[in-house]
Design a protein around this ligand. Structure first.
Ligand SMILES: Cc1cc2nc3c(=O)[nH]c(=O)nc-3n(C[C@H](O)[C@H](O)[C@H](O)COP(=O)(O)O)c2cc1C
Length: 397
């Protein structure tokens, strides 16, 4: 569906100094579920080893148009037909110029000429080369032909120059690629997701919070957008990049999160409560920093409002999905939460295991409804998020 599950991608790596970043691009694409094959140009080989790319991609690296064995079965045509998308990253000035002229003097240019799938190009070169009229004309021509360009960034370059021409970040490249495979599973729907931890002040410098990074919530936001939903995020304390295609509301405390959710919930079709909201907050917030020698050694707590329960009580409530982060009695506790809060599904994760759950890049969850529970096996949070959205669509829309 929305990410790159089952998508077959050819990564062309050409002769730019930034080719050393190409194994990271392979990993980012794999994290989104893609199978990746690499075509390395002669120039690319000067900057990154075939062995690295072969190891990371788990596939033979293709680099030779004149490979007798591969060409017994017309390897270049086979590769062109295999791909759902070809991305050249980094794309050297030379390779870009070759594409413009329809040249076919090496494996990468020949495969591109023979391919009918989408082609993307991420230029990477010295700022003066990038600013040249030839480069501008070439990129415009490619764009006219339907090739998508991933613009380079601005900054310090390997040669010491400062300017535009740095290869876009691998995460940005993977994201731009996955945007091409958007679907409409949640087309026309509105989705509100809470993300991250809340921060409950003790005094002006101290607070109570938790280890939530926002990775799972942001992965859900991404999957929701990829599925075509108009997505609103209520974001607490996080340590991940914010999905810039969503409407975002930033909050600090559980109270603020409650208020932001209640203000924005009324026209939503789906509410996913993924934030790690503090159950309690200090009864009093000291206006001044509490001194070391203060007589106050105990912090008295008061319960916060339950956001998920309150949304579930609304007359025209959206479909409500809660998260249960448990460390023991997992399924019992999650089923209890499903009943107590009267929500439509609970996503259960075991946060006692440091390899999944809070802060980690992977997760393994159970999707629990009144009809039973379904395990979503361990995978990257992005793939798990995509599977959760799939299940929600199947079950409720
Ligand atoms: C040290 C060094 C760094 C280079 N860096 C780049 C670069 O970042 N971008 C670029 O377009 N060309 C760069 N070049 C030039 C290309 O490698 C050269 O044009 C080569 O023919 C490209 O081959 P290819 O497009 O077939 O991979 C560099 C060359 C050298 C020697």
């Amino acid at each position: 569906m929305s990410t790159l599950t089952n998508k077959r991608i050819i990564l062309g790596v050409s002769g730019s100094i930034a080719a050393y970043k190409s194994p990271d691009i392979v990993r980012r694409l794999q994290d989104l579920g893609a199978e990746v094959r690499v075509i390395l140009t002669t120039g690319g080989r000067e900057f990154v080893s075939e062995r690295s790319l072969q190891t990371v991609s788990k596939n033979k690296v293709h680099d030779n148009l004149w490979d007798s064995e591969a060409e017994l079965s017309m390897g270049h045509i086979e590769l062109a037909k295999w791909a759902d998308l070809i991305i050249i990253a980094p794309a050297s000035a030379n390779t870009i110029a070759k594409l413009c002229h329809g040249k076919a003097d090496d494996l990468l240019s020949t495969v591109i000429l023979a391919a009918s799938c989408s082609v993307m190009v991420a230029p990477s070169m010295n700022q003066q080369m990038y600013a040249s009229l030839a480069m501008k004309d070439n990129l415009q021509l490619l764009q006219k032909r339907g090739v998508r360009i991933i613009d380079p960034g601005f900054g310090e370059q390997a040669c010491g120059d400062i300017g535009e021409g740095r290869l876009a970040e691998p995460s940005e490249i993977a994201r731009k690629i996955s945007e091409i495979f958007q679907n409409s599973l949640l087309g026309g729907k509105r989705v509100l997701i809470t993300i991250g931890g809340t921060v409950e002040a003790i005094d002006p410098v101290r607070f109570l919070s938790n280890h939530s990074s926002g990775k799972m919530g942001m992965a859900l936001a991404y999957a929701s957008i990829q599925a075509g939903a108009e997505t609103t995020l209520v974001i607490g304390s996080i340590s991940v990049d914010v999905e810039n295609r969503a409407k975002t509301i930033f909050v600090t405390s559980a109270n603020e999160m409650h208020e932001a959710v209640m203000k924005n919930i009324h026209d939503q079709d789906l509410f996913i409560s993924c934030a790690a909201v503090a159950d309690y907050r200090p009864t009093k917030v000291s206006p001044n920093k509490i001194k070391k020698n203060s007589s106050q050694k105990t912090i008295e707590l008061v319960a916060n409002k339950d956001i998920l329960s309150d949304v579930c009580k609304l007359k025209n409530k959206p479909i409500c999905i809660g998260f249960a982060a448990e460390t023991e009695n997992y399924l019992n506790n999650a089923n209890q939460k499903l009943k107590n809060k009267n929500c439509d599904a609970i996503i259960l994760n075991d946060v006692s295991n440091s390899k999944i759950g809070l802060k980690s890049d992977e997760n393994e969850v159970y999707f629990i409804t009144s009809n039973g529970s379904d395990k979503i096996n361990k995978n990257t949070k992005q793939i798990v998020a995509e599977k959760i959205i799939n299940k929600i669509v199947k079950e409720f829309f």
